[in-house]
Ligand binder design. Structure first.
Ligand SMILES: Cc1cc2nc3c(=O)[nH]c(=O)nc-3n(C[C@H](O)[C@H](O)[C@H](O)COP(=O)(O)O)c2cc1C
Length: 264
């Protein structure tokens, strides 16, 4: 006997919940929905324009006027049609339209920096930049390295620079707006077991503190070795990721795989 009563009560509760909004007169306004079809589309903007020039079959119903007046003003105007168009273009994020969203240039937040004298490191840097959707900056020596300058073990310029702890070869170009990047990839060849001194010049030329730095190198056979820690010392307040050595001719896919492994 109790069961049918409980069932009846449950049905009554469901019915009362369903009709509650009507009974209480609660009203949800879909701002922008000038034609009252339940969605905001370009037709609503058109509808307002036609209403304002009094096209008979396009007059907005009295009950939809409030929804059409998206500017928050008392009266419907051409501004409302424009605001709906701006809303649909993503320039405004809600109605009434006090707040406008300023469109911004998509900015890349990763920079790949490369020094590559004989062209082995550069394609890998390009692969990294493509994969990371990063900007690419190639360090150009103010005094370019000739073939004689890099004829190693001949006491050439590169040999002398690598031996000299104070050597800081000048760089001809510069990064515009380093501040905008939060991640910097540094790519270089191994010269006598270390990064070329021009990489030292680069690291000392910018404030990279707080940024994440990923380093990689190419070499004939040497590992990344102490080239890594010696660079860390030049920007101790950066977050240095574990670097890697690649052989010349490594595929872009291998570079991507490494970056993916690191969570990029
Ligand atoms: C001055 C100089 C020193 C080098 N020293 C080493 C070395 O110590 N170990 C090594 O494996 N390769 C060494 N190499 C070879 C380069 O690391 C290798 O060819 C690298 O891929 C070159 O990169 P790049 O073409 O981007 O300049 C040296 C090359 C030069 C020019």
């Amino acid at each position: 006997m109790k069961k049918p009563i409980a069932f009846l009560l449950a049905v009554l509760m469901i019915i009362s919940l369903l009709i509650a909004p009507t009974v209480s007169g609660a009203e949800t306004i879909l701002y922008g929905d000038a034609d009252g079809d339940g969605e905001v589309t370009i037709l609503d903007a058109t509808c307002i324009q036609r209403h304002l020039v009094s096209v008979a079959d396009a007059l907005i119903q009295e009950e939809n006027i409030k929804a059409a007046t998206v500017s928050g003003e008392d009266e419907l105007s051409i501004t409302d049609a424009t605001l709906i168009q701006r809303f649909l273009a993503g320039l405004i994020d809600h109605f009434p339209a006090e707040k406008t969203v300023t469109p911004t240039e998509p900015k890349r937040d990763t920079l790949v920096v490369v020094f590559s004298r004989t062209g082995n490191t550069k394609p890998l840097a390009q692969a990294a930049a493509t994969y990371l959707d990063a900007d690419l900056f190639e360090i150009e020596a103010a005094v370019p390295y000739t073939d004689a300058d890099i004829a190693y073990y001949t006491n050439c310029r590169a040999d002398r620079e690598q031996r000299d702890p104070t050597a800081r070869p000048a760089i001809a170009n510069e990064v515009t707006d380093m501040a905008r990047y939060d991640t910097v990839v540094i790519a270089y060849p191994i010269w006598h077991g270390q990064a070329p001194k021009i990489i030292y010049t680069f690291l000392e030329s910018y404030d990279l503190s707080g940024k994440t730095i990923i380093q990689f190198c190419t070499s004939a056979s040497s590992p990344l070795g102490t080239s890594a820690s010696n660079l860390h010392a030049l920007s101790p307040d950066s977050t240095w990721k574990d670097g890697k050595r690649f052989a010349a001719g490594t595929s872009p896919a291998a570079m991507e795989a490494w970056l993916r492994e690191m969570g990029y």
